[in-house]
Design a protein around this ligand. Structure first.
Ligand code: MRU
Length: 349
């Protein structure tokens, strides 16, 4: 399978996730504005994937800015980066990647604009390649926790599509499957955008991982019936104390898992941990269009005129989380210290 994102020399190719599973088509983003639009419309989605896409958006902005005067070039780059930053507010990987890109010119105070453009492309490639290595490490750390034969519920899409490749929560399941642990995945459909039904179901079928698709509403009943051994989800932003923003409905699953004494794991790269945000209440929650709720595949399923709320994410308080699996190891409560220790260990490597 081609990667979710690929650079083809003068544009970013993005596998259009709004077309899946019916069609596999790529969108060609030739400018930073086109990358921002692909992120906003969720043609590319998932926290690590939008971070990597935004990095290439900065590359395109650096090329568009052109000119020979460095200060003016950098001002134009900052304006384009600001547009990328606001494309989606919750996943902190977007900010992490754009800030990492914007720090590049400062490392080369004497460089020409063409050399800076090359350095920015190299940094975007580094972000993309690191993402794949990070996900494989998350997969190893997480799979070590899984017993043979486990039935695992997952939510939204946290696989290759949500990252540059391999996935986070789904990466753990993928690794456990490859290790022969005979896992079975329950894929929750994930209303209203159906990332589970459309995207995770597509990925697990292609990977040959035994799986069953369920409605979101079926999760509690299956837990009560003893059919779920573990829940593993991804994250869009983890506050310093471990509170975790993820796809709307994650909190509901965490409460259900606690009520049924089922382990609830979060899997995410350390770039998803926002040490500047002390706790979950400070995480901005994106609200999306009413049509995502009132329509299914363009067909109305609610009377027109009904007021709608469509928060795209919720926050699971840290006390409901059994562990946070990162590329540097598994954090367990108290998370403030555990996450800082893992981040420090990663920096030392
Ligand atoms: O709105 P989306 O589809 O971008 O939301 C994605 C999620 O909530 C994922 O669980 C999260 O980004 C982790 S992806 C590895």
């Amino acid at each position: 399978m081609s990667r979710t994102l690929t650079w083809d020399g003068d544009a970013l190719l993005v596998l259009d996730q709004t077309a899946l599973p019916s069609a596999e088509r790529f969108v060609r983003c030739r400018s930073a504005a086109e990358v921002a639009a692909a992120i906003r419309t969720m043609q590319v989605r998932g926290a690590p994937a939008i971070g990597a896409a935004a990095a290439y958006g900065v590359v395109l902005a650096a090329r568009e800015a052109g000119g020979t005067e460095r200060a003016r070039w950098f001002t134009r780059l900052e304006a384009a980066s600001a547009d990328l930053l606001v494309a989606r507010p919750t996943a902190v990987n977007l900010r992490w990647a754009v800030e990492r890109m914007m720090a590049v010119p400062g490392r080369f105070p004497q460089a020409s604009i063409p050399d800076l453009q090359d350095a920015l492309l190299a940094e975007a490639h580094a972000i993309a390649e690191e993402d794949v290595r990070t996900n494989r490490a998350i997969g190893e750390h997480g799979a070590a926790l899984i017993r043979p034969g486990e039935r695992i519920l997952t939510y939204c899409n946290t696989g290759s599509l949500a990252t540059v490749d391999y996935g986070t929560a789904l990466g753990i399941i993928r690794t456990a499957h490859t290790q022969g642990k005979r896992v079975h995945v329950y894929v929750s459909e994930t209303r209203p955008f159906l990332q589970g039904a459309r995207l995770t179901a597509w990925e697990v079928l292609r990977a040959g991982i035994p799986a069953t698709l369920i409605t979101d509403n079926a999760a509690g009943w299956l837990m009560q019936a003893g059919e779920i051994d573990r829940v593993i989800v991804g994250a869009d932003r983890i506050a310093a104390n471990g509170d975790t923003a993820n796809k709307i409905g994650t909190y509901t699953l965490a409460v259900l898992a606690r009520a049924h004494e089922i382990p609830f794991l979060v899997a995410a790269p350390l770039s998803t941990v926002d040490f500047r945000t002390p706790e979950g209440s400070a995480i901005p929650i994106e609200e999306r269009r009413a049509e995502e709720v009132t329509h299914l595949a363009g067909i109305p399923v609610a009377p027109s005129g009904i007021p709608v709320r469509n928060p795209a994410f919720d926050v699971t308080p840290h006390h409901l989380i059994s562990g946070i699996v990162t590329e540097a190891g598994v954090a367990i409560a108290p998370y403030i210290q555990a996450l800082q220790d893992l981040a420090a260990a990663r920096t030392k490597r």
